[in-house]
Design a protein around this ligand. Structure first.
Ligand SMILES: [Fe+2]
Length: 202
């Protein structure tokens, strides 16, 4: 029989196991060999933790873990992105809410799982945005996030040929879902990214 604590630890269903950050990182490294993808994962984790703090979420670690593994299938299965992720995480007995959150960042692009929770909406919004902020930082002489200002990112936002792979529409739609203006999202994403020290060179 489960006592309450065990029940929470094991997740909603029998067999599901809430992953620790360490387990999540090990799993990420098992499926991701490309260094820039590891850096991206750590960046998204940091931004997720920043927003969890901002929203005073009671499951901050979960926000970080979901951010960390959101692209877990991308290195090995780019053609089945967000689909293979479910398979990988199910094999590890991850709880369903972690799996759906990971999948939902590819809403309308590689799967039909719509971001519903605040955590999912933040992931959906900031995933692409970190790419734009990163590219903006690389234009700075220092190449440092700490020198990136909101104004510079907004300028780059308007230049459609700059970091052309960054889907501005997804970011704008995510901001709308969160009910936050774009300036706030960008400023907080810059702050979140500033909490990790990573080499930006790709
Ligand atoms: Fe991503």
């Amino acid at each position: 029989m489960f006592n309450n604590k065990q029940w929470m630890k094991e997740g909603r269903n029998m067999g599901e196991k809430v992953p620790t950050r360490e387990e999540a990182y090990e799993l990420l490294k098992k499926y991701t060999k490309t260094e820039s993808l590891i850096r991206h994962a750590l960046t998204v984790e940091a931004v997720m933790l920043h927003f969890a703090e901002l929203f005073n979420a009671d499951d901050k670690e979960k926000w970080g873990i979901v951010g960390l593994v959101h692209d877990i299938d991308y290195d090995m299965y780019p053609e089945q992105h967000c689909i293979k992720a479910r398979e990988i995480l199910e094999k590890e007995n991850w709880p369903e809410d972690y799996i759906r959150a990971v999948q939902s960042h590819g809403w309308k692009i590689c799967c039909d799982v719509e971001p519903v929770s605040k955590m999912e909406k933040v992931l959906y919004t900031i995933d692409e945005l970190t790419g734009l902020v990163n590219a903006t930082a690389l234009m700075m002489p220092s190449k440092s996030i700490s020198d990136v200002k909101l104004k510079s990112v907004k300028k780059k936002w308007k230049q459609k040929t700059f970091a052309a792979g960054v889907n501005r529409e997804v970011i704008a739609e995510g901001a709308k879902m969160l009910g936050l203006d774009l300036d706030t999202i960008i400023s907080e994403t810059i702050k979140g990214m500033g909490t990790v020290q990573l080499s930006l060179a790709s």
